[in-house]
Ligand binder design. Structure first.
Ligand code: CIR
Length: 251
């Protein structure tokens, strides 16, 4: 059974960082319920959930994806681009260490957010221009002994705020927010910003935000099983479905 790391939201959630959108009030109780539904959806889809100890002092700690990049038996512990998020990596690293992963630390002065790393097969597309530096790309290529393709990201927070990949490797994105669709072997435009973000649950199924109903219809027309979750309170902080978990798939 595949497993996924998740981390409960901090009571300081509403103080989370906002870079590209206007700040809006966050309803913490609703955010907690939405997190429970997100986790339940993963569990129902057959994922084993591993909770990283909560980090109540870190408003953005629920966005666990940014702390680690995991492939095969190796976990790269990131050095987040926002200095106020760097302490989030400590317990995330300890958790994957306890699970038996080989740890590799992204070294200063490079910075890397997991949300900038899109893995397709053995290739890693890495968004550069926001939280992640080119020297972090070079470190990732070495740590994972793999091909790293640098992609510009200027319009949104992370590469995976702009694009993610369907189970067959097709990259999807909302064109106004994608810097360079030509960087990918195959690109499918979707009609909504939130439709750009899927978590692949299994070869036939994806998880998608409730705020992207037209994209849900489009993906169902392609034959995919689409599981929908409402993550409105996280979207107010530029979070999306991918950033609420770290999927441990291929060990
Ligand atoms: C931040 O600015 O760091 C958080 N408010 C949002 C992080 C979202 N992470 C992700 O998409 N991987």
């Amino acid at each position: 059974m595949p497993s996924a790391l998740v981390r409960r939201p901090s009571p300081l959630l509403e103080q989370g960082l906002v870079s590209h959108i206007e700040r809006q009030p966050v309803d913490y109780e609703l955010a907690r319920r939405q997190w429970n539904s997100y986790v339940a959806t993963l569990a129902t889809a057959g994922w084993d959930l591993v909770e990283v100890p909560a980090a109540p002092d870190y408003p953005d700690s629920v966005f666990i994806e940014d702390t680690l990049v995991v492939a095969g038996d190796t976990a790269a512990v990131t050095r987040p681009g926002a200095p106020e998020r760097r302490g989030e990596t400590v317990d995330a690293a300890a958790t994957v260490d306890a699970l038996g992963y080989r740890l590799a630390m992204v070294a200063a002065p490079a910075t890397l957010d997991g949300g900038d790393v899109l893995k397709i097969g053995t290739r890693m597309y890495v968004g550069v221009g926001g939280r992640t530096t080119r020297s972090a790309c070079r470190q990732l290529a070495e740590i994972f002994d793999t091909e790293v393709v640098e992609v510009p990201v200027t319009k949104v927070l992370h590469l995976k705020s702009a694009v993610t990949a369907l189970p067959d490797g097709t990259v999807i994105g909302y064109p106004p927010l994608v810097d360079n669709p030509g960087a990918f072997d195959s690109f499918l435009p979707v009609p909504e910003e939130a439709g750009s973000h899927v978590v692949v649950l299994d070869p036939e199924s994806v998880l998608l935000a409730a705020s992207a109903p037209r994209t849900a219809a489009l993906l169902r027309d392609r034959g995919l099983n689409v599981q929908v979750v409402d993550i409105s309170e996280y979207e107010k902080l530029e979070g999306c479905v991918t950033c609420l978990s770290v999927r441990l798939r291929d060990r």
